[in-house]
Design a protein around this ligand. Structure first.
Ligand SMILES: *[C@@H]1O[C@H](CO)[C@@H](O)[C@H](O)[C@H]1NC(C)=O
Ligand SMILES: *[C@@H]1O[C@H](CO)[C@@H](O)[C@H](O)[C@H]1NC(C)=O
Ligand SMILES: *[C@@H]1O[C@H](CO)[C@@H](O)[C@H](O)[C@H]1NC(C)=O
Ligand SMILES: *[C@@H]1O[C@H](CO)[C@@H](O)[C@H](O)[C@H]1NC(C)=O
Ligand SMILES: *[C@@H]1O[C@H](CO)[C@@H](O)[C@H](O)[C@H]1NC(C)=O
Length: 477
């Protein structure tokens, strides 16, 4: 008893030290050196307010003479010929207004309230002059018809790139008119070819960006993607799409670091938030998710790719009626690692798989083969370690409230559970482990002794290769 608790105490100490170092320290030091947005102060997400830059929505065109927004130069899409009746093609007006706004210091690219602006796939490219504000008060709507979509931009609709220090705000709506895209998805009708649809809003290759108070709805595919960017703050983002809309991730982060997502409400047909390859120091705080597939790291490692994701924190979230809660999903055959992840203070309401690590992920029209004996060599996987779950409570719709389905060749390590209380309305819940090592402490229900007991004989380290008893193959179709 004494020996065991000493080992646990030591392990705990090391773990917490590593987590705190890996996540909090790197965040603090990198951000203070940028002098940009302070994303991390004393554990709280703070938004440094610069009220002088706020654009009051009652004081729009023609000029801000005094007070809020003083010194700002409005560049109104209406002045460039936008009609805003939801019918006329306002793309050329948006393109001209963007060129103007981008070329001026202190410009406000203004999409006025009330208007409904139909805009085709458009690239809003930087670099722009300093202090650009993109003020979306009205609605931007995409053309509905997939067959007449611009073939030069098959995967993007509103695409912002190469911006530094810009803000996107205004309380408006970005509406992807996705219903015909959903109907033409191979997930909805198997006779359709499987091809990707546009992401509604993208921020790419940018830094020090803030996006706040926007609704993004009915995306053709993903709603909002952040790619190849650094130091991005999203707050007050609302995502709305039906639960049966295919692949409509809410917020998707790739190849980005220092991203904070706070006070967001996401209901959609796929992951509320997904974090993939080459992303680090991502903090999510005050998130409401549902309907949807939960909050996911992954999928990672598809087509034998390399993926690295580190320093992820989710603090304070409610998931309601989602297919998954907190999920890490990787394909077989990938490589790289997921390390230093904390999920804390999460409430589950009727979630199918509240806590899940799935290293046998397969989301393909054909069943993925289990690749254990491919050319007599075992296939790799994205290594998962240092994942902490703390203060997670609520209800599970299935009996497997916690499922750690890790790779036999690259087992999960240092999975830590503290203060977990998951139950189901009509039965007992349990924890399932495959090649998952770690420990739990404090109150943990369902009990998770399998994290300590995993005998490991069929996991990497055992000398002989033998086939697993149950081959978990998951499919999202
Ligand atoms: C926008 O797309 C429509 C078809 O949906 C097309 O007729 C129109 O020419 C496009 N506008 C521009 C500026 O490319
Ligand atoms: C699926 O798509 C095919 C071809 O586009 C169409 O003929 C069929 O009616 C569709 N099925 C359903 C159930 O919508
Ligand atoms: C993963 O990210 C790295 C670094 O940005 C990139 O070079 C690589 O292409 C990405 N891999 C995939 C599969 O997207
Ligand atoms: C978990 O909950 C306890 C009790 O409410 C609280 O004291 C502790 O700070 C929480 N842990 C985290 C990481 O927020
Ligand atoms: C609860 O009951 C429903 C309906 O009978 C069933 O589908 C579900 O699996 C049960 N849940 C558990 C955790 O046993």
């Amino acid at each position: 008893m004494g020996k065991v608790s000493w080992r646990i105490a030591m392990l705990l100490f090391m773990l917490i030290t590593m987590l705190v170092y890996a996540v909090a320290h790197s965040f603090d030091s990198e951000l203070s050196s940028t002098g940009g947005i302070r994303l991390w102060g004393g554990g709280e997400v703070e938004e440094e307010e610069e009220e002088a830059e706020e654009v009051s929505e009652t004081e729009q065109f023609p000029a801000w003479r005094s007070g809020a927004g003083a010194g700002k130069i409005p560049v109104n899409v209406d002045s460039f010929g936008a009609v805003g009746d939801g019918v006329a093609d306002d793309t050329p007006a948006f393109v001209s207004a963007w060129e103007k706004a981008c070329s001026l210091k202190n410009a406000v690219f203004l999409v006025p309230e009330q208007g409904v602006y139909k805009v085709n796939a458009t690239k809003f490219k930087g670099p722009c002059q300093d202090r650009l504000i993109i003020q979306i008060g009205g609605t931007i709507v995409a053309p509905e018809e997939p067959s007449s979509w611009d073939p030069k931009n098959p995967r993007v609709w509103l695409f912002f790139s190469n911006l530094v220090g810009a803000r996107i705000q205004g309380g408006g709506v970005i509406d992807g008119s996705g219903s015909k895209w959903w109907a033409s998805s191979c997930k909805i009708n198997k006779t359709n070819p499987c091809r990707g649809a546009p992401t509604a809003l993208t921020i790419d290759s940018s830094s020090k960006i803030r996006v706040k108070r926007l609704t993004i709805q009915s995306a053709q595919q993903m709603h909002f993607a952040i790619s190849r960017s650094k130091s991005v703050l999203l707050s007050g983002i609302r995502v709305k799409s039906p639960p049966d809309s295919p692949n409509t991730d809410g917020i998707h982060i790739s190849e980005s670091s220092e991203v904070t997502i706070q006070n967001c409400r996401i209901g959609t047909g796929d992951d509320c938030i997904s974090i993939v390859n080459a992303s680090s120091n991502i903090k999510m705080k005050n998130i409401e998710c549902g309907p949807g597939h939960g909050i996911s790291i992954g999928s990672l490692g598809k087509d034998n790719s390399v993926a690295v994701v580190t320093g992820i924190v989710l603090d304070t979230a409610t998931l309601t009626g989602t297919a998954n809660g907190l999920r890490i999903k990787t394909w077989q055959g990938g490589s790289g690692y997921v390390r230093a992840v904390r999920f804390q203070n999460v409430r589950m309401n009727d979630v199918e798989n509240p806590i899940i690590i799935d290293q046998f992920y397969c989301d393909s029209p054909t069943t993925c083969k289990n690749q254990f004996f491919h050319h007599f060599t075992q296939t790799g996987a994205v290594k998962i370690s240092l994942v902490m779950y703390e203060n997670i409570s609520g209800t599970s719709r299935t009996s497997k409230a916690m499922n750690f389905a890790c790779s036999d060749t690259v087992p999960c390590s240092n999975i830590v559970l503290n203060n977990i209380n998951l139950e189901s309305e009509n039965g007992t819940v349990e924890t399932s482990c495959n090649c998952a090592m770690g420990f739990d402490y404090g109150f943990v229900r369902p009990e998770a002794n399998c994290l300590r007991n995993e005998d490991g004989s069929h996991c990497n380290g055992g000398s002989s290769i033998h086939r697993r008893k149950h081959e978990p193959v998951h499919s999202e179709l």
